[in-house]
Every structure is written in structure tokens, then in C-alpha cells.
Write a protein that binds this ligand. Structure first.
Ligand code: AMP
Length: 131
């Protein structure tokens, strides 16, 4: 069965889309640890990121760099933090998180639940900054 992220790519499940290219897709995490928390995923459904063929891994990371550069322009932060966990959803994904301090990368603290209008606005702002 297709992963929830493959279903998002297929348009079967809604998301706050940020960017897409031939091989990769980026959208806001539905329960962000910080505003602008974005997930970058390969369209090829593979559970464990390091099982991706090298060319697809390189493509994913180059795409993540492009997305992170856009995020940095419009989300007030010191840096864009990068994390790969993958224990919840079995479809490789890179977390990109605007951070000002180490604790902003804390996945165990309470996650944010932002109104749909704000999520739409953030996704659009990042999307525009990537173009
Ligand atoms: P992990 O697999 O541990 O890296 O965590 C999966 C991440 O995916 C969590 O941060 C979830 O909030 C996020 N997530 C799960 N379902 C969705 C969804 N439908 N849309 C956006 N983000 C999601």
C-alpha cells in the first residue's frame, strides 16, 4: 500500500505544498516543531533514506538545499536545522526546521497546531522565495 506521503504526492491527501521537481516534493509538516517546519521527500517511495540509490539521494539533498535557502529568506531564524528520523512514516523524509537555538530542534516538546490560513500563508511565502 502506498505511504501517506506517496498519497500526498499523488494529490489524494491534501498538504501545504512548498515545492516540487521531477524527483522530489516539499510540504509543511502538519504538526510543526517550529513555524515553517518543512518535509522534503523523494517521489520514489523508500522507507530508509540511506537505501535510496546514490543519484536519488544526491537529488533529494540538492533539492533540500534549494528549499532551505528559500526558507532562510522568509522565515526569521538563525539557521535551517536538518534532521532525518523516519520512525513514524516509512517514506524517507528530511525535516527542515527554522531554528534560533538548539531546543528548537526538540521533537519531544509540544508540537504546534497552526490555523490553516497561517499554514497556507507560510507555504506560499516559502514557495515564492524558492522560485
Ligand atoms: P518521523 O517519521 O518520525 O520523521 O515523523 C514523521 C513526520 O511527518 C512528523 O513530524 C509528522 O508530523 C509528519 N506528518 C505525518 N503525517 C503528515 C501529513 N499528512 N502531512 C504533513 N506532515 C505529516
Amino acid at each position: 500500500m502506498a505511504s501517506i506521503f506517496s498519497r500526498i504526492i499523488a494529490g489524494e491527501i491534501p498538504c501545504y505544498k512548498v515545492a516540487e521537481d521531477e524527483h522530489n516534493f516539499a510540504f509543511l509538516d502538519i504538526n510543526p516543531v517550529a513555524k515553517g517546519h518543512t518535509l522534503v521527500i523523494p517521489k520514489h517511495e523508500v522507507d530508509y533514506i540511506f537505501d535510496l540509490p546514490k543519484d536519488e539521494y544526491d537529488s533529494l539533498m540538492s533539492f533540500a538545499k534549494k528549499v532551505a535557502e528559500g526558507m532562510k529568506k522568509v522565515m526569521p531564524c538563525k539557521k535551517i536545522g536538518v534532521a532525518v528520523l523516519g520512525l513514524e512514516v516509512p517514506h524517507a523524509h528530511v525535516h527542515l526546521i527554522p531554528i534560533n537555538k538548539e531546543s528548537d530542534m526538540n521533537f519531544f516538546k509540544g508540537k504546534l497546531s497552526l490555523p490553516a490560513e497561517e499554514m497556507t500563508e507560510i507555504a506560499q511565502k516559502i514557495a515564492d522565495a524558492i522560485k
